[in-house]
Design a binder for this molecule. Sequence first.
Ligand SMILES: NC(=O)c1ccc[n+]([C@@H]2O[C@H](COP(=O)([O-])OP(=O)(O)OC[C@H]3O[C@@H](n4cnc5c(N)ncnc54)[C@H](OP(=O)(O)O)[C@@H]3O)[C@@H](O)[C@H]2O)c1
Length: 329
Amino acid sequence: MTMKAMVYEKYGLPDVLRIEETEIPKPKDDEVLLAVHAASVNSWDWDLLRGKPYINRIGGLRKPRYRILGADVAGTVVAAGAAVTRYRPGDEVFGDLSGCGWGGFAEYVCARETALTPKPAGLSFEQAAAIPQAAVLALQGMRDIGRLDKGCRVLINGAGGGVGTFAIQYAKWLGAEVTGVDRGDKLDLLRDVGADHVLDYAREDFAANGPRYDLILDVVGNRSAVEVRRALRPGGAYVMVGGSLPRILQTLLAAKPAAWLEKKNLAVLVHKPKHEDQLVWSDLAEAGHVKPVIDRLYTLNDAPRALAYFGEGRVRGKVVIAIRSTPSF
Ligand SMILES: NC(=O)c1ccc[n+]([C@@H]2O[C@H](COP(=O)([O-])OP(=O)(O)OC[C@H]3O[C@@H](n4cnc5c(N)ncnc54)[C@H](OP(=O)(O)O)[C@@H]3O)[C@@H](O)[C@H]2O)c1
C-alpha cells in the first residue's frame, strides 16, 4: 500500500522537495498509525530542509536523516501497535513528532503514543496541527523558566510568528502586561491577539532606556547579553527560544554574572515535546482562551510552496498544510 508524501533526498531550498508515492509505514508496538489530516510548518523543518545551521545535520551529515519532514500533525488513529494503551482506531489526536521520527508531511505517519494528545472537539484539524511545537515552546519558556504570573510585565521579541502569537495569548490569559516586538506590518495582528503595547523592530529599540521587563521571551535572539540585561528588571528573566550559536553561547556565559550581580535569570530554552503541555493548550483552546493564528493553508500537492513561503520569513502566526480534510480554520 502506498501514500502520497513530500520527500527530499538532499539538503537545499524547496526545489529539492518532491511529492511522490511511497510506502505507508508500519507502526511498532508502542506506535499508532495516523491518517494525517493537517500538518504545520516550523522553523525546524526549514532548518532540516537546508541542513543549516550545520547542527541540523546530526545523524545525516551528507544526506537528510528524515526523508519526510513535518513534526506537528493532527489526524485520526487508523491502527495501533500491540503495546499501545491510550488510543484506538478512530481517535482524533494531535502532537509533535520531532522526538519520534518526523514524517508528518504525508498522508500517513507512525507516532509514539506518548507524543500525542486527544484533539479538542472544538478545533479543526488545521487549528490543532498549528499548536504543538510553537505553543509548547512558548509555554515552557514563559511558565517553566520565566515563572510568568499575573501582573508581570513581559516582552516578546519576534511576537508575530508561531511561538509569539501563542505566547501573547497565554500571557494575556494569565493577566500579564504584554509588549510585542515585530515587523511594522504585523503590529495590528499583535494587537488583535491581545498585546497591550507593540514595537516595530525597524524603528524602536526595546533594549534602549525604555521600560524594563520582568520577562523577555526572545524568539529571534538578535540582541547581546548586555542589552537584554539592561532591559530586565532586577529579579527578571530572559528566555532565549531561538538564536545563532554565538548568541546562545554568549547568553550561557553571561548567565552566572547576571544571576550573582543582579539576580537576573538568563536562560536558553531546550525544547521538550510533552503531552501534558499540549494538553494545557488543548484545554485553553477548548475553553476559547486562545486561538491558533493561521496565515495560509496549502494542500499536500502544494506543500513545497508552503516551505518556500515560510522561508521568505513573512509568516503571520503559522503555515498549515491541509493534507486530506476540507481546509477550514
Ligand atoms: N529552543 C529550542 O529547543 C527550539 C526548538 C525549536 C525551535 N526553536 C526556535 O524557535 C524559533 C521559531 O519561532 P517561530 O516559529 O515563532 O518563528 P517565526 O514564525 O519565524 O517567527 C519569528 C518572528 O520574528 C520576527 N522577526 C524577525 N526579525 C526580527 C527582529 N530583528 N526583531 C523582532 N522580530 C523579528 C519575524 O518577522 P519577519 O521575519 O517578518 O521580520 C517573525 O514574525 C526559532 O528561533 C527556532 O530556532 C527553538
